[in-house]
Write a protein that binds this ligand. Structure first.
Ligand SMILES: Cc1cc2nc3c(=O)[nH]c(=O)nc-3n(C[C@H](O)[C@H](O)[C@H](O)COP(=O)(O)OP(=O)(O)OC[C@H]3O[C@@H](n4cnc5c(N)ncnc54)[C@H](O)[C@@H]3O)c2cc1C
Length: 588
């Protein structure tokens, strides 16, 4: 009797994971993996770092070796072969390879792991010679070829990668353009600058890193500027003209940017062409609708990875967030379940169906030495969905201040004010941003509340953290707010209120020296250690907002005042350090 066959379309994160898992589950099926590109399971997340030379060896981009994969897992891998059609009636796929040779192949189970296609911005002249995508190995090879032509070094000598700040590096006189200020666009910008290329980033939205709340992206903007990049927000490229060896982008605003190399990072959309052709249901996001076992609406057809939806845990609604972690997990689940479907009746193996619980969109990027990322719900998405949330900010150090190399980190947590459930977190800083985001992503997955954050028991020694870690501090602040002990206010609300007809009284409890070095307009300076003697200067019958440098001293002052009868005092989250950064938001 011939073996049953599982066909998988797409052989990168989801497809390759599905194939390997399917084989671990079922030895008795044929597994055929079709990939229209030339490489399977390559490290697309590593491509920007190869462009910049941080990943020096091209071979390290290939995560799985097709020969090993074939031998170890007995998987028939067909590279450079596109699946062009599917017949669910005959249960077969039609394929064609790069030489134009094709055929059909029957399946018993099918997994669509077709990923995404790039969103092509409507720019006249986009097909010009100096413009590239950075999504596949051949695309990156083309970028490298261009760099070797325009940089004044041979590829070996091309810009040594240094650990120091980027702005210490001399420029090459070569200009780069990145269209799109999302995670990938910014990673590419950083890497072009690693090569000594002066880079301009153009983003149509008013902020970079769209998934984050705008105020959390401010340090990224500052880092880009400090590294010598030009960032243009609220503008878009309309036309590109070639000018001899260089090109010129003409923006909606009329601005012109001359460049030698451009990378497009304007996002992706799910690749659902095949799915649609066989009547697979799409969800509201435009991606393939799947159940928790990765099954589509068409029997025997699974989908996994960037082409499909997943449940966003904070809201329990379907989303399509293209990220490698979920793609790998979904692939593993689809491979497991599809292989179980094909298990022989005579095989007494216990069937462990796997399910996908959901996603949080946990993501991170490093841009010019600054690291930023987020997990779960943001305030702006909550607002769009009309979900009532509260947010708090903590400014703290990544590890003990007395241990060398401590850096300031800004952490924002978003939670449900009704039950205290943690819904989201964002962080920006340097070392340790990843650790806090991962801790908080785990807390969200576990359904923890902000009161639980107070009880986190995290590892601590001076090089790694603080006894009162910033993640735990976020629990103190938010839980204190929920207990009615300390009401906080965000810098954005402060500025709104200061501009209103009845502005609050603003008290700065930092030292006179700190105040003299810079303060918020209208702030009255009453240093914390003078607060008991000077209480009478603070009105009881008007709203008061109190602040210090990062929020702790003003919290102490707030408690002293509340214990002495003040009822209308709010503490500025993140203090002057954060507010002054937010104030300079449009300065780039
Ligand atoms: C430059 C870059 C950096 C990234 N950085 C990160 C990061 O730091 N962190 C992170 O989490 N994610 C990152 N991502 C996203 C991550 O790479 C994707 O989420 C992940 O690769 C999705 O895997 P997938 O298998 O669903 O889709 P893909 O990786 O897109 O693979 C789908 C494959 O299917 C093939 N295919 C499609 N249709 C057919 C067909 N009809 N026949 C045959 N083959 C077909 C395509 O050729 C493609 O190779 C990055 C992506 C890029 C491009």
């Amino acid at each position: 009797m011939s073996k049953k066959r599982l066909i998988i379309v797409g052989a990168v994160a989801a497809g390759a994971s599905a194939a390997a898992k399917a084989r671990r589950v079922n030895e008795d099926i044929e597994i055929v993996l079709f990939e229209s590109g030339s490489y399977m399971s390559f490290a697309n997340c590593g491509l920007p770092y190869y462009v910049g030379g941080e990943i020096a060896n091209r071979d390290s981009l290939f995560v799985a070796n097709p020969d090993v994969f074939k031998k170890r897992f007995q998987i028939d891998i067909r590279l450079n072969t596109e699946v062009t059609a599917i017949s669910t009636e005959r249960q077969e796929v039609t394929f064609v390879n790069a030489d134009g040779q094709g055929g059909t192949l029957g399946y018993d189970s099918l997994i669509l792991a077709t990923g995404t296609v790039p969103i092509i911005p409507p720019i006249e002249g986009l097909d010009g010679p100096h413009i590239f995508f950075c999504r596949t190995v051949p695309e990156v090879d083309a970028i490298m070829q261009r760099l070797s032509a325009i940089l004044p070094h041979d590829m070996e000598g091309m810009r040594q990668i240094q650990d120091g700040p980027l702005h210490d590096m001399e420029g090459t006189g070569v200009h780069g353009l990145v269209i799109g200020g999302g995670y990938i666009g910014l990673e590419c910008a950083e890497q072009l600058m690693h090569r000594g290329i002066h880079t301009t980033v153009i983003e149509a939205m008013p902020q970079v890193m769209g998934p984050l709340d705008p105020e959390m992206t401010q340090p990224i903007k500052m880092a880009l500027r400090d590294s010598g990049a030009t960032l243009i927000l609220n503008d878009a490229v309309e036309r590109i003209e070639q000018q001899g060896e260089r090109s010129q982008a003409i923006l909606r605003s009329g601005r012109r940017v001359v460049f030698d190399v451009a990378i497009i990072g304007t996002g992706v959309r799910p690749n659902v062409k095949l799915a649609q052709s066989i009547g697979v249901d799409l969800g509201k996001t435009g991606a393939i609708a799947v159940d928790a076992q990765q099954r589509t609406s068409v029997p025997g057809v699974y989908a996994a990875g960037d082409n499909s939806e997943a449940i966003f845990l904070p809201t329990n609604t379907p989303v399509n967030i293209p990220l490698a972690g979920p793609a790998n997990k979904e692939g593993r689940i689809a491979g497991n379940n599809a292989a179980l479907d094909l298990l022989k009746d005579t095989d007494k193996k216990e069937k462990h169906w796997l399910t996908m619980k959901g996603v949080l969109g946990t993501s991170i990027a490093r841009v010019c030495g600054v690291v930023a990322g987020g997990t779960g719900l943001t305030e702006k998405v909550a607002k769009r969905l009309d979900i009532s949330v509260k947010a708090a900010y903590v400014l703290g150090l990544n590890h003990a201040g007395y241990y060398p190399g401590a850096h300031l980190m800004i952490l924002k947590v978003v939670y449900d004010p009704a039950d205290g459930r943690l819904l989201g977190a964002q962080a920006v800083g340097q070392d340790g941003v990843d650790k806090r985001l991962d801790v908080l992503a785990t807390a969200i997955l576990g359904g923890m509340t902000v009161e639980d954050l107070e009880n986190l028991d995290l590892c601590y020694a001076p090089p790694f953290g603080s006894a009162k870690d910033i993640a735990i501090m976020s629990g103190f602040i938010t839980a204190n707010s929920r207990r009615g002990l300390s009401e906080g206010v965000s810098p954005m609300t402060l500025f709104e209120e200061l501009n209103s007809e009845t502005p609050p009284v603003l008290i700065d409890v930092r030292t006179t020296r700190e105040y003299a070095d810079g303060h918020l307009e209208t702030a009255i300076n009453i240093p914390l250690d003078e607060i008991r003697e000077r209480m009478n200067e603070i009105p009881k019958d008007q709203p008061v907002i109190i602040h210090c440098q990062t929020g702790y001293r003003s919290y102490v002052a707030q408690q002293i005042l509340q214990n002495n009868g003040w009822t209308n005092i709010r503490n500025l989250c993140g203090g002057y350090a954060f507010a002054s950064r937010v104030l300079s938001m449009d300065a780039v």
